[in-house]
Structure formats: C-alpha cells, structure tokens
Design a protein around this ligand. Structure first.
Ligand SMILES: Cc1cc2nc3c(=O)[nH]c(=O)nc-3n(C[C@H](O)[C@H](O)[C@H](O)COP(=O)(O)OP(=O)(O)OC[C@H]3O[C@@H](n4cnc5c(N)ncnc54)[C@H](O)[C@@H]3O)c2cc1C
Length: 317
C-alpha cells in the first residue's frame, strides 16, 4: 500500500520505518524537519513521563525498551546507550510505570543513593537516546528504504487521502490545528545543556522541587553535553528560554549532584511536549486515517510500541 504520513519527529519517523518494514511505501509530509521539532529538544531517556493511558503506555514502553536494547547491541551509530538512572517520585502511586520495565532493570533505591530526604527512589537501567544523533539515524534508514519527504504544512489530512491508500497523522502538538483536537495542550519544557563530564550520575525527580509548580529536576549525561532539566509547565507556549528558569534549573541540579555546578553552559533550549489526557492512537471509522499523537513527555519511550500498533491497524483494515 502507499501511505502518506504527516510529521517527521520521532513518532512520524519510527512509524514510517515500521510501515516500510511491513512492505508499504511511505511519503512523509512535514512542516519541520526532524532537527527543528520538539523531538530534537528531548534528552531523551526511556521513561514514561506524563504519558497516558497508563496500561497501554506501559505496554508500548516495554516494546520500545526491547527495540532500544537491540540497538545498543547492534547499531552503534544510532546514538542509544544503556545507563543507570535514579528515578525519584513522591509516593508509590506515582510509580505506576513499574510494569514497563524489563525484568532485572529496576529495584528500590538504597537510602545512601537518595539525593533528597523526600520521595521514593528506584534505581533503573534504561536506554538513553541522544536525540539529534538518533533522529539523523532514523532519517537515514527511512531514506535508504526508499522513503520520500515533502516539506510542507498539511491543511487537512483529507487532502492526502485522495493520493494514497492510508494517511497516518503523527503531527504532535500540530494535531491541534490539523484535526481540530481541542484536547491537546502544550507542556513547556526548558533544559540547560552544560559541558560533558564523565561519570556524572543520571537522575530525575519527577515532582516539583523548585519555586514554581512543574519545576522538576533531571540530569542526563550524554556524550556531547549533560542535559539539565527542567520544567513541565502546562499551557505555557513561550518558546524563548527564560534566563531566570535557567538559573533555577542549574541550582536545583547542583543541589542534587554538586559535580554539575560550574560546568560551562552551552545553551538553554525550549520544547513544547504534545500534551493530551491520553495518546490518540486509533483509526477513524470508515476512513483510512490513523492518528498517532499526543505522546506528552514520553514520545521516545513509547515510539516503537505505538508504531507497531499503527502497523497492526493498517494490516487489519
Ligand atoms: C524538554 C523536553 C524533554 C523531553 N524528554 C523526553 C525524554 O527524556 N524521553 C521521552 O520519551 N520523551 C521526552 N520528551 C517528549 C518527546 O520529545 C515528545 O513526546 C516527542 O518528541 C513527540 O514527538 P512527535 O513526533 O509526536 O512530535 P514532534 O517532535 O513535535 O513532531 C511533529 C511533526 O509533525 C509536523 N507537523 C505538525 N503539524 C503539521 C502539519 N499541519 N503539516 C505537516 N507537518 C506537521 C511537525 O513539523 C513535525 O515534523 C521531552 C520533551 C521535551 C520538550
């Protein structure tokens, strides 16, 4: 079948690759190329943050976990590695994502491993995806498999339906305008990239610990930089990095892991997570249009599971 797919972030590229591997030809329509999308701003750790519905998110995350693990073994150019990662949540109920972890990759943190008095910690071993490298890797694979990209903004999916057997909508936050989804909202994330430093510990504190609700904290050491986060501000769409927030992020992270203080700042960047009360992954009734968007703060984490679900929906039709 010939499939037109909207969106060239992590969701669109991953879905396009899975569809190609099922034998379909795929053309991507994208307003922005991968390095200019929200996906390029993510750090990105495998972790189901701000993503719903929980049961399916766990299943999609687990499926993706296994794919990333294979990449670590066999695809050194993909920019994926496995790292030890401490996750701190406020209470047991907030650790709903435990079933998503592969056996042997999660355990309760010991008291001496906790950087805070508050919260409940888990030591995990998870994939870290260096987003700029990984997006290039996906793009390359898509092109090598005969994929085409048209750089343009789509006004309505119906215009593409006339030219293909199926249309798949992976427009992220852009779905709000594209299909008039009023349930979509932005969750603004600002991060600060500082110079890399070997053996810096990786962690996330998933609840507010800064002055403003949504002031979370995370430290993700990559080869090119350490990504310090961050913010998760609902309904805030300011794309300019705020220097006050940069300072606050630096202080929060240095309180948790003092080694990161005084590392030279490379840049502060902002991305808008595609928030939705739950991921929209469904086929429209009587229409060959499938939606795959609204992945919140876990677009990488669920990417392969969601892409395979799209392929199943195509196969069932
Ligand atoms: C600061 C920050 C940190 C994050 N950290 C993580 C993390 O550690 N782990 C994780 O799993 N996730 C993380 N995320 C979340 C993750 O980045 C998103 O869930 C994911 O990038 C969403 O991908 P997407 O492909 O659906 O959307 P996007 O990356 O936004 O891509 C959407 C694509 O659709 C195109 N598009 C939109 N509308 C149209 C239209 N009308 N016509 C044509 N094209 C259109 C866009 O141009 C773009 O190509 C983070 C996000 C942020 C902001």
């Amino acid at each position: 079948m010939h499939i037109n797919l909207i969106g060239c972030g992590v969701s669109g590229l991953t879905t396009a690759l899975v569809l190609q591997e099922e034998g379909h030809t795929v053309c991507i329509y994208a307003e922005k190329m991968p390095q200019a999308t929200t996906s390029a701003v993510a750090a990105a750790i495998w972790f189901p943050f701000s993503v719903q519905p929980r049961e399916k998110a766990n299943q999609w995350s687990y499926e993706s976990f296994l794919v990333f693990q294979e990449m670590v073994r066999h695809e050194p150019s993909a920019g994926v590695s496995m790292i030890d990662f401490l996750v701190v949540v406020e209470n047991e109920a907030d650790a709903w994502w435990q079933p998503a972890f592969a056996p042997g990759t999660i355990r309760p943190a010991r008291p001496e491993e906790m950087p805070l008095q508050a919260g409940l910690g888990f030591m995990t071993h998870v994939p870290l995806v260096e987003s700029p490298v990984y997006l290039d890797y996906l793009l390359q694979r898509f092109w090598e498999q005969g994929g085409k990209i048209v750089e343009e903004k789509v006004k309505h999916p119906a215009s593409l339906l006339r030219k293909s057997d199926f249309v798949v909508n992976c427009a992220g936050l852009g779905a709000r305008e594209l299909v008039g989804d009023t349930g979509m909202y932005a969750i603004r994330g600002q991060v600060v990239k500082v110079a890399p430093r070997p053996q810096t510990r990786a962690l996330v504190v998933e609840f507010t610990i800064g002055p403003v609700p949504g002031d979370i904290a995370y430290i993700l050491p990559r080869r090119d930089c350490i990504v310090l986060g961050g913010t998760a501000y609902r309904l805030d769409e300011n794309m300019i990095a705020d220097p006050v927030q940069t300072q606050s992020i630096l202080e929060r992270c240095a309180d948790l892991v003092p080694e990161v203080s005084h590392l030279p700042v490379i840049e502060s960047v902002v991305g808008l997570r595609p928030g939705r009360d739950c991921i929209r992954l469904e086929k429209e009734l009587n229409l060959n249009l499938i939606h795959n968007y609204g992945h919140g703060g876990g677009g990488y984490t669920v990417s392969w599971g969601c892409a395979r679900e799209v392929a199943r929906l195509v196969a069932q039709s």
